[in-house]
Design a protein around this ligand. Structure first.
Ligand code: NAX
Length: 325
């Protein structure tokens, strides 16, 4: 039997994890011959709920699920992990200012960044899903000085697959016909879903759809999809977010297909004028686990303006938590 791989999921009693954990245990990340250890981190008051989730995981008798470790101690949770899904975060509560939310979550990700730095496998891949995801990833990076920044990325995959799906529906094509959509910037309503480089089969996407549809329908639909899901379900996206988290991590493991890219929040190296260090969603390719920002894409004035707005928002977020960097 192969040696089990250690995977941590934080916020393990939450909604996204309720989909994520069962798919990890079924082998959807690393394949059907790779046993795993699931290390589940929660805050103390949620351990009781988590105990119920663990009962269900055990009840499935997953052949690949070697062991489950449940804890409220980050040092136990992150010990030796190769893959870290940072899902747990404080939700915004009524009356809470955006700056309060930023601050409270920043404290969580600063602490977790420090522990990851100390006890995780040095080759760990960390995916930050908990919001505000980009800035939380930035804080974790800054608090893990011994690890390369590219061990960390934030999730834009749900926005990316939402964009693929909307374009496929519009063109009445299967999603497999679509490639190279881009989500630039922040995982917020400011994000910029860009079709200028997207292809449907081998045609330019923007030659197949009306310009007005792109501006007035496609962009806001992708930007506000999360809000629409909440309106309809009364709860935020969970199964689709879990799917996106697995897709993101699988792309880090298996790489991108030749000629294609995905969108990920990564620390900027100054590409496209985005200030160095800011965690910004870019089009990226992955080869042998290495993330590279796609270079040389032409951006028109419209796109440049959208990138600027995203930069400003992320700089503002960084400013609000600068004491933790
Ligand atoms: P839930 O509120 O259902 O679950 C969050 C869980 O995190 C709770 O069980 C809570 O006890 C736990 N938690 C809080 N602080 C913790 C800490 N310090 N250590 C460990 N666990 C902690 O939220 P859920 O719907 O699962 O969403 C989780 C996060 O994902 C939220 O921040 C949400 O905004 C974010 N999302 C991000 C998306 C993205 O594309 N980046 C999309 C989906 C989702 O909205």
């Amino acid at each position: 039997m192969k040696t089990p791989v250690e995977i941590v999921v934080t916020g393990a009693a939450g909604h996204i994890s309720y989909s994520l954990l069962f798919r990890l245990a079924a082998g959807e990340l690393l394949g059907l011959d790779q046993p795993i250890v699931l290390r589940l981190l929660e805050i103390t008051p949620a351990l009781n709920t988590l105990a119920g989730v663990v009962m269900e995981l055990n009840d499935c008798a997953y052949p690949l699920l070697h062991k489950i470790i449940v804890t409220d101690d980050p040092e136990v949770a992150f010990q030796g992990v190769e893959y870290a899904f940072l899902v747990g975060a404080k939700p915004r509560q009524q009356g809470m200012l955006r700056s309060d939310l930023l601050e409270q979550n920043a404290a969580i990700f600063a602490a977790q960044g420090r522990v990851i730095n100390q006890v995780a496998n040095p080759k760990v891949k960390v995916l930050v899903t908990g919001n505000p995801a980009n800035t939380n990833a930035l804080i974790a990076i800054k608090n893990a000085p011994d690890l390369p920044a590219n061990c960390f990325s934030s999730m834009a995959m749900l926005d990316h697959t939402r964009a693929i799906s909307q374009l496929a529906l519009k063109c009445e094509e299967p999603v497999t016909a679509i490639k190279n959509v881009i989500i630039w910037g922040n995982h917020s309503c400011t994000q910029y879903p860009d079709l200028h480089h997207a292809k449907v089969n081998d045609s330019e996407a923007l030659s197949l759809v009306e310009h007005d549809w792109y501006i007035d329908q496609f962009i806001p639909t992708v930007q506000y999809r999360g809000t629409e899901v909440i309106k309809a379900r009364g709860q935020s996206s969970a199964a689709s977010a879990a799917h996106a988290a697995i897709q993101h991590m699988r792309t880090l493991v298996y790489g991108t297909a030749p000629g294609t890219w995905v969108s990920m929040g990564v620390a900027s190296d100054g590409s496209y004028g985005v200030p160095e260090g800011l965690v910004f969603s870019f089009p990226v390719t992955i080869q042998d686990g290495q993330i590279s920002i796609v270079q040389g894409l032409e951006l028109n004035e419209f796109s440049l303006e959208k990138l600027r707005i995203n930069q400003e928002e992320l700089i503002e977020e960084r400013q609000a938590i600068k004491h933790l960097l």
